[in-house]
Design a protein around this ligand. Structure first.
Ligand code: AMP
Ligand code: MG
Length: 346
């Protein structure tokens, strides 16, 4: 968890995430802010809504609808559910189209686009490596594997061997044993889905967060932009930077979020498919702003794999507002793309 939500001052988000709660925070000039929190996708989620009228009284099923959206995304994209679309595709034979939902096809389509753009630093077919290193559903033993096992897993990895089509939506693998992993993009996608649902139901002012990926819409109960703090990657609760969010999504990836250590070396859940090994560079965290949380989430992982130089170059080329936190002797150095600097000055 790396994001803090700010109301009047910076509030540590994890304090809000105790079970599934519904609370009415305050009444301020007719605008009430409500918080919802719970667990999904192996992590926590939190939602803040601002309403002006008696909307909630007439929509008691709002929370049920949100849970149904999250459940649907899990049934599409979770490798921890045997019957999910992704698990069925991962078990599916090569060279034949498998029918999938349009949502699933569109997320894989976006993941393939970013796989190509990052020249395979982001790779939607990374699942055999994620499992091998103990970060996936197929293996929870976290230890450095033999080079032979890495080489063997690498033979199944390669986004160019995964195809997607629409009308009707379907996926195909051209190499037997190819397996997709949407862990780098599915949380952002679920955030977008919940946020779009809230917009459709007339809740224009809200903030949706899943596992640190956020989409903010409208204003908070005090009629100002939502503000969040980006946590320092030092593992503590220090805030590195506060950002004011105006109708935008934000996603962060970093080697400090999920890792194990062996012989004094940190092995992160972010794997470089070009070596088959967890990233080992000085980039501690990448934060990406984008209209779409799906895209922000995928880019954050892609740039994280690419590292401080190549990642920065791709972010500049794609005009992305990006903040890189790079490890140095005395902490972290901030490197911002011109678009991020412009965003901060707004
Ligand atoms: P995130 O926290 O969004 O950066 O996503 C991390 C997750 O993405 C990991 O737990 C893996 O499931 C998956 N992943 C790891 N390495 C890659 C990669 N190179 N390309 C795409 N997904 C990856
Ligand atoms: Mg990501």
């Amino acid at each position: 968890m790396n994001i803090f939500i700010n109301k009047h001052h910076v509030l540590v988000l994890s304090l809000l995430l105790i079970g599934a709660v519904v609370s009415c925070n305050s009444v301020s000039r007719q605008r009430r802010e409500k918080s919802y929190a719970g667990h999904t996708m192996g992590t926590t989620f939190s939602i803040k809504l601002v309403e002006t009228g008696s909307y909630y009284e007439s929509h008691p099923a709002l929370l049920d609808s949100i849970h149904a959206i999250l459940e649907r995304v899990n049934q599409q994209m979770s490798t921890y559910i045997d019957s999910s679309e992704i698990s069925r595709f991962n078990d599916f034979k090569a060279d034949q189209w498998m029918s999938v939902s349009e949502d699933f096809a569109s997320v894989v389509h976006t993941a393939l686009r970013i796989s190509r753009q990052s020249e395979g630093a982001f790779d939607v077919t990374v699942n055999p490596l994620v499992n091998l290193w103990g970060f996936g559903s197929g293996n929870s033993i976290r230890t450095v594997p033999l080079q032979q096992a890495i080489d063997s897993a690498l033979t199944f990895v390669g986004y160019e061997n995964c195809r997607v089509r629409f009308n009707p939506p379907a996926l195909k693998k051209t190499v037997a044993g190819l397996q997709c992993d949407l862990g780098a993009i599915a949380k952002g996608y679920a955030v977008d889905k919940v946020s779009e649902f809230l917009e459709r139901t007339g809740t224009e002012n809200h903030l949706v967060e899943i596992g640190g990926e956020i989409r903010a819409r409208g204003k908070n109960e005090n009629h100002v932009n939502w503000r969040i703090g980006i946590q320092s990657p030092d593992g503590g609760n220090r805030v590195q930077k506060i950002i004011s969010l105006e109708n935008i999504a934000i996603a962060t990836s970093g080697d400090y979020r999920n890792y194990f250590e062996e012989n004094g070396v940190r092995y992160s859940h972010t794997i470089d498919p070009r070596t088959g090994r967890p990233i080992q560079h000085k980039l501690a965290a990448v934060t990406v702003l984008h209209d779409s949380c799906t895209v922000a989430d995928a880019y954050a992982t892609a740039l994280d794999v690419m590292g401080p130089e190549d990642g920065y170059d791709l972010a500049v080329k794609e005009n992305l507002p990006v903040l890189l936190l790079i490890k140095s002797k005395d902490g972290f150095v901030e490197k911002m793309t011109p678009e991020f600097e412009m965003y901060m000055k707004k």
